[in-house]
Design a protein around this ligand. Sequence first.
Ligand code: 3HC
Length: 305
Amino acid sequence: SSSSAVAATAQSDICRVTVIGGGQMGSGIAQVAAMKKHQVTLVDVSQEALDRGKGYMSKSLKRVAKKKFPEDAKAQEQFVEEALSHVSLSTNALASVGKAELVVEAVVENLKAKQEIFSTVAQATPDNAILASNTSSLPIAKIAAPLTLPQRKRFIGLHFFNPVPQMKLVEVVRTDETEQKTVDDAIAFVKGIGKAPAVCKDTPGFIVNRLLLPYMMESIRLLERDVASARDIDTAMKLGAGYPMGPFELCDYVGLDTIKFIVDGWYKEGAGLKGNKLFESSKKLDELVEAGHLGVKSGKGFYDY
Ligand code: 3HC
């Protein structure tokens, strides 16, 4: 019937997913794929890093389970176990991509590191597999540059948001070389894991960060000009604009080092952004990062934790 044909096209053909990088983002991506019964391999350089990634997944899965099965400890436990049973851990990237239909890279924001990973694993990845980066600030085309043309046609950005299990959006970022089938398959995968895709060209910040970073930097400058306290600016944006977090809560949540790294990169060499004052770092941000006050993860940022 026509309705089953529609269902068949909406369904993702991707089942085997390899996620490279077991940090907050990578383990979140592995988790959401596993919750939809994909066969996931999570790769990192050490067993210690993998154990940490598994810890992130367990903790977040317990949170999801509590909501799904309130007052039923047994069902909660089963849900967590079931999801984790779809994830295998590996320190061998090459051995983990041989049967992958999708490889998602979520390692540190370092162009060389990402290029090296893809140059290595692309040799062992099946010819029809999608290669994807979760970069938030580096050009997708640059990450793919060392690859062959057929590999670059299958290369795409899949940009998830923190916390991955909760945030519904995934930016699907196409380069000039990404083929339409890759875009279509990526969209189907994103929908299949219960997320909403937003397709975007390969430009600095894509959609969300292109708008979010100027907002964050303008908030910091507002504070520097002593217009209001961080607390009052946060209250204003939460209650006056309906944002779930105020800009300083969000900066601390994302990490001040991350924010500085992103704006510095774009200010110095972002395509179309170079020298744009919206992306100039500020004294306050520089000082906090210099002092190691990076936000929630270091116990102190604009606020104390
Ligand atoms: N795993 C699973 N579920 C989680 C979770 C996690 N790690 N973190 C939060 N949740 C769920 C909670 O269980 C809860 O679910 P419910 O509403 O269905 O009961 C829901 O999220 C809300 O959590 P809380 O009640 O504990 O707390 P808040 O209401 O304050 O929400 C928040 C927390 C979801 C983080 C919310 O404050 C928010 O949306 N903040 C903005 C986050 C944001 O903007 N992220 C994008 C950052 S930019 C980025 O990532 C791009 C990068 O490239 C820089």
